[in-house]
Write a protein that binds this ligand. Structure first.
Ligand SMILES: Nc1ncnc2c1ncn2[C@@H]1O[C@H](COP(=O)(O)OP(=O)(O)OP(=O)(O)O)[C@@H](O)[C@H]1O
Length: 276
């Protein structure tokens, strides 16, 4: 069969050809790596708090006694090291790159840990960025991780595609904010996940409300969010909402996100536990 007419679905095809199944773009992990579950964190657009949710999920699972790592695939906007207050450079040996460690032992790999001057912009084309992400999987020694969280760049471009094709992703968490067209974002993420054969673990809404410090009332700054009803409509788990919190912003800026006592990711953490 001509290559352009091939769906790579050999289960419904009787043609004899020289390939079996879809082309395999998977990249081998570093031989010294030992990774349990790989969880991608995605969003429809930038600035909705995807990196923050990635960090909070890793902190929540680490608190539960699970060893966690974060692969920062948001190469052009890496914010994970700053949230954890990591500014040293990573080191390497003959076997690979050794990730940095946060104060509470979360392993982190990010472009920002490779450059002295953190304000140097990464001005690379898509294929170069995608190749770096693959190296973060193949060259980094993720020596023992129960969970490796991948902070994806926003959208459905080159890099998310590379991550889905190259890494053994066990599931994705979608992060939305109340301002967004949630159903469109969820639909896009669902289609991509389906095509890539990756399960959607659920949706988390960030910046859902602000809690009045005087009376405790929840103020919906951006109006009513639609993440929960959208999740229901598509049969996806709604994993919770995170308020806009000045304390959280302050801890992020100070590199102390691990000290945020966070009840907001409990449901998501329980879902991740169930992956075991
Ligand atoms: N719920 C929140 N409360 C307080 N600050 C928040 C909250 N969510 C996000 N922020 C702050 O907003 C900024 C953007 O968040 P973050 O880097 O997680 O977004 P992002 O979706 O990963 O963005 P991008 O994809 O463009 O890198 C950060 O400085 C973070 O500290």
């Amino acid at each position: 069969m001509a290559e352009e007419n091939c769906s790579y679905d050999c289960s419904s095809c009787e043609q004899k050809c020289d390939h079996e199944g879809a082309p395999d773009f998977s990249v081998p992990a570093n031989p010294l790596s030992n990774v349990g579950k790989v969880v991608g964190v995605v969003s429809g657009k930038g600035g909705v708090g995807k990196s923050l949710v990635t960090a909070l999920l890793a902190c929540a699972m680490q608190r539960k006694g699970r060893q966690c790592g974060i692969l920062d695939a948001d190469v052009t906007g890496p914010s994970i090291p700053r949230m954890f207050g990591i500014d040293s450079l990573v080191t390497s040996n003959a076997s690979g790159i050794i990730p940095a460690h946060s104060k509470r032992g979360i392993d982190v790999m990010s472009v920002n840990l490779l450059v002295e001057d953190k304000s140097t912009p990464v001005i690379w084309r898509g294929p170069a960025i995608a190749s770096v992400v693959k190296q973060f999987w193949s060259d980094v020694i993720w020596s023992y991780e129960d969970f490796l969280f991948v902070d994806m760049p926003p959208g459905t471009g080159d890099v998310p595609l590379t991550v889905f094709q190259s890494l053994p992703v066990d599931g994705i968490v979608i992060v939305t904010s109340p301002q967004e067209l949630v159903s469109m974002i969820v639909e896009k993420a669902m289609r991509m996940a389906k095509e890539m054969n990756v399960p959607i673990l659920g949706i988390i809404e960030n910046m859902s409300y602000v809690q009045c410090p005087e009376c405790g009332k929840k103020i919906k700054l951006f109006g009513e969010g639609h993440a929960e009803e959208t999740a229901k409509r598509y049969g996806i788990d709604f994993l919770g909402e995170i308020p806009l919190s000045p304390e959280l912003a302050r801890l992020c800026d100070a590199g102390n996100i691990e000290y945020f006592s966070d009840p907001f990711t409990d449901k998501a953490a329980a879902k991740l536990e169930s992956l075991k």
